[in-house]
Design a protein around this ligand. Structure first.
Ligand code: T46
Length: 138
C-alpha cells in the first residue's frame, strides 16, 4: 500500500527514570526500529534560520531524535506536506524511504541525532524537488 504522509508519526522511545532523582536514560534496542543501524550522525550548531535536508532518499530509512532543543521536520510524499516538531529526547521520528524532508526552526542548542539504515551513498539522494515529484508521479 502506498505510504501516506499522515502514517508517519512520532514514536515513543523507552525512558528509564531514575528512582533516586539522577535523571532519565533512554534506550533504543534493535527490535524498536524496522532496520539495522548502519550509521549514526548528528546535526548541531544549526542557525535558527538554517535549513537542513531538502532531499529524499531512494532506499535509506532513518530515525531522527531531538537529543536537545527542538526543530521542525517538514515531510512531503509528493502530494501532501506536513510539519512535525521534535522537542523531546524520548520521541523519535521514523522516516521511510521516498519521503522528501526539510529540517527547520532549530532552537539554540538543538542537536538532531540520526540513526540510519545504510552507509553514506550520494547516489541514494534525490536532491531536486522536481525530480522527486516526477518519480512519485511514476
Ligand atoms: C538527512 C538529514 C536529516 C557525509 O560525508 N557523510 C554522511 O554520513 C552525511 C550524512 C553527510 N556527509 C557529507 C555530504 C555533504 O558534503 O556532509 C555534507 C552535508 O550533507 P547534507 O547536505 O546531506 O546534510 P543535510 O543536513 O542536509 O542532510 C543530512 C543527511 O544527509 C540526510 O540523509 O536526512 O541530514
Amino acid at each position: 500500500m502506498p505510504l501516506h504522509i499522515n502514517d508517519i508519526q512520532l514514536t515513543d522511545i523507552k525512558k528509564i527514570s531514575d528512582p533516586d532523582g539522577r535523571g532519565n536514560l533512554s534506550v533504543i534496542e534493535n527490535d524498536v526500529l524496522p532496520f539495522e543501524i548502519k550509521r549514526v550522525y548528528y546535526l548541531y550548531d544549526v542557525p535558527s534560520d538554517g535549513t537542513r535536508g531538502g532531499h529524499a532518499h531512494k532506499e535509506l530509512q532513518q530515525f531522527l531524535i531531538a537529543l536537545s532543543g527542538s526543530f521542525d521536520v517538514v515531510l512531503d510524499d509528493g502530494k501532501t506536506r506536513r510539519s512535525i516538531t521534535l522537542n523531546r529526547p524520548n520521541k523519535g521520528l521514523l522516516i521511510p524511504s521516498g519521503v522528501w524532508r526539510e529540517l527547520e526552526n532549530f532552537s539554540a542548542g538543538a542537536v538532531c541525532l540520526s540513526l540510519v539504515s545504510a552507509e553514506y551513498d550520494e547516489n541514494d539522494y534525490i536532491r531536486e524537488y522536481s525530480k522527486f515529484t516526477s518519480i512519485k508521479r511514476g
